[in-house]
Design a protein around this ligand. Structure first.
Ligand code: C5P
Length: 264
C-alpha cells in the first residue's frame, strides 16, 4: 500500500500460528493495509506449501523464512522447490558458508524473471551475550558485518539482522541490498525471547527496508490496532527522519527486487 512517504508498507507480519485458519483470519483482519506476510517453521511444518498457495490466492506476498542451512546441493533443491510455490522472499543461513549461499542464489535465479529474493540470516535477534557459547568470540555487530559481507559476495539480495546493526551494514556495504529486521517492539512492549530489539521508529531510522513483526501484533488484544500503530510509527519516522534520498533509495531497492506491493 502506498504511504505518505511515497513508499509502500514496510511491515511484514509474521504468521507464527500452528493452524492455517488462525493465520488466514489475521491476514483478513489486516487487509487492505497489510499484504506481506512471513511464514516460518511453525506454520509451514503444520500446514505445508498449501498455506503459501492460500496466502497467494488471497493476494498476499509471502516471505518464507525457513532459514535453510545444509549442504549446497540440498539448499539449492529447497530454494528451487520454494521458488515454484511462488514466494517473494526466502531465507538461508549465512553460517552455511559461501558455497551454500552461492548455490542458493543461483537456484533462485534459475527460477526465471520474478524469482524470489534470497536473504541471508546473520545472527538471530534472540542472541544476546550468549554468542560465545556457540564459539563466536566476536561481538554481535562484528559477526553480523562479517556474515553479511559473505552473503553479498555470494550474490544474495540482502540480509536479516537486528536494527542495531543496520546502520553499520549500510555504512560498510552500501545501499544496493535489502535489510530486513525482526525483533521489533513498541517502546514499553514485552521483548520475550528477543534480545536485540528496536522500536519501529529505530529500525526505520537505521535504514531497514522491511520490519518483521510477530507477537506484538498476534498477541495484542486488538491485532489490527496494534499493527496500525506500528505502521503509523514507522511512517512517521520515514517522514521525519528519512531524507528524500533515503526513501527513494529504499523504493529503488524494493522495486528492483520485485517486492513492491500490489498497490492495494
Ligand atoms: O514475535 P516476534 O515479533 O519476536 O517475531 C519475530 C519473527 O522474526 C519470528 O517469526 C522469527 O522467526 C523471526 N526472526 C528472528 N530473528 C531472525 C530472523 C527471523 O526473530 N534473525
Amino acid at each position: 500500500m502506498s504511504g505518505p512517504d511515497g513508499g509502500d508498507n514496510p511491515i511484514i507480519v509474521a504468521l507464527d500460528h500452528s493452524q492455517a485458519g488462525e493465520a488466514l483470519k489475521l491476514v483478513e483482519s489486516l487487509a487492505p493495509e497489510f499484504d506481506f506476510f512471513k511464514v516460518g517453521s511453525t506454520l509451514f511444518v503444520s500446514e505445508g506449501p498449501a498455506i503459501v498457495r492460500s496466502l497467494r490466492a488471497a493476494g498476499a506476498r509471502v516471505f518464507l523464512d525457513l532459514k535453510f542451512h545444509d549442504i549446497p546441493e540440498q539448499v539449492a533443491g529447497a530454494v528451487a522447490a520454494v521458488s515454484d510455490v511462488g514466494v517473494a522472499m526466502l531465507t538461508v543461513h549465512c553460517l552455511g558458508g559461501k558455497e551454500m549461499l552461492e548455490a542458493a542464489a543461483s537456484a533462485a535465479r534459475s527460477a526465471g524473471h520474478d524469482h524470489p529474493a534470497v536473504l541471508g540470516v546473520t545472527v538471530l535477534t534472540s542472541h544476546g551475550d550468549d554468542l560465545n557459547e556457540i564459539g563466536v568470540v566476536a561481538s554481535a555487530k562484528t559477526e553480523v558485518l562479517r556474515l553479511a559481507t559473505l552473503a553479498l559476495d555470494a550474490g544474495l539480495d540482502g540480509v536479516v539482522a537486528s536494527a542495531g546493526e543496520a546502520t553499520l551494514l549500510r555504512e560498510n556495504l552500501g545501499n544496493d541490498f535489502l535489510i530486513v529486521t525482526p525483533g521489533i517492539r513498541l517502546s514499553g512492549g514485552e521483548s520475550a525471547d528477543q534480545k536485540r530489539v528496536a522500536t519501529p521508529r529505530g529500525a526505520v531510522a537505521a535504514g531497514a527496508d522491511f520490519l518483521v513483526v510477530g507477537r506484538p501484533i498476534r498477541n495484542a488484544a486488538d491485532p489490527r490496532e496494534a499493527a496500525m500503530e506500528i505502521l503509523r510509527e514507522a511512517r512517521r519516522e520515514a517522514l521525519r527522519h528519512g531524507p528524500v534520498l533515503d526513501s527513494a533509495l529504499r523504493l529503488h531497492r524494493v522495486e528492483s527486487k520485485g517486492l513492491r506491493s500490489n498497490g492495494k
